[in-house]
Design a protein around this ligand. Structure first.
Ligand code: GDP
Length: 192
């Protein structure tokens, strides 16, 4: 997709700070360090609009980015950082849980997992929870440049099986280094 504009709009700490213009919203979720900021920057053709490697676990905000004045990419806090194992639902505050369950503008969720590793318990729980709520999910397997192309299929198969990804939810292979998967992800965002 041709990016004509990409703007950071707000870090919402309360529901009354969400945009009120009714534009569609896409939520981006994943473990800390999975490559979410890098993906956001790549999608928006910006070097550092979404910060990379910010201290995980601190922010409980929803960061809104407006692309082409027509769609919001909503960056979620990373999960899976806590030293003491906590469930995702404990990691995120009420506001964020309520957003996922109730936000009318939310079209679907993009869930990032590292293509190199089998999904974590948190990844599995996050996906299962989204299905409980009834949100469609596009799974994105990140850092694809770190393994040989010939192994992508094998790794995405493990992701599909471990997370029990439903037939209707695609798994896209992505790399912020090479741009692999960028156009496919925009296609998903636009066509859904
Ligand atoms: P976040 O915590 O999920 O926002 O992750 P970041 O975007 O900050 O990325 C974490 C680390 O992984 C950084 O050192 C990035 O440079 C690196 N990284 C992210 N995406 C890719 C990728 O597609 N390929 C490679 N090789 N490294 C990546």
């Amino acid at each position: 997709m041709k990016i004509t504009s990409a703007e950071f709009i707000t870090s919402a700490v309360a529901a009354n700070q969400y945009p009120t213009d009714g534009l569609p919203e896409i939520a981006l979720v994943g473990r800390s360090n999975v490559g979410k900021s890098s993906l956001l920057n790549k999608m928006m053709n910006r070097k550092a609009l979404a910060r990379t490697s910010s201290k995980p676990g601190k922010t409980q905000t929803l960061n809104y980015f407006l692309v082409n004045k027509s769609i919001y990419l909503v960056d979620f806090p990373g999960y899976g950082y806590a030293k003491v194992a906590k469930s995702i639902k404990e990691t995120w505050g009420k506001m964020i849980q309520t957003y996922l369950a109730k936000r009318e503008e939310l079209r679907f969720m993009v869930q990032l997992v590292d293509i190199r590793h089998a999904p974590s318990k948190d990844d599995v729980a996050m996906y299962a929870w989204s299905k409980e709520i009834g949100i469609p999910v596009v799974v994105v397997a990140t850092k694809a440049d770190k393994i040989a192309r010939g192994r992508w299929q094998q790794h995405t198969k493990i992701i599909r099986e471990t997370m029990n990804v439903r037939g209707g939810d695609p798994i896209l292979v992505f790399s912020s280094e090479t741009g692999q998967g960028r156009d496919e992800l925009w296609q998903e965002i636009i066509n859904r």
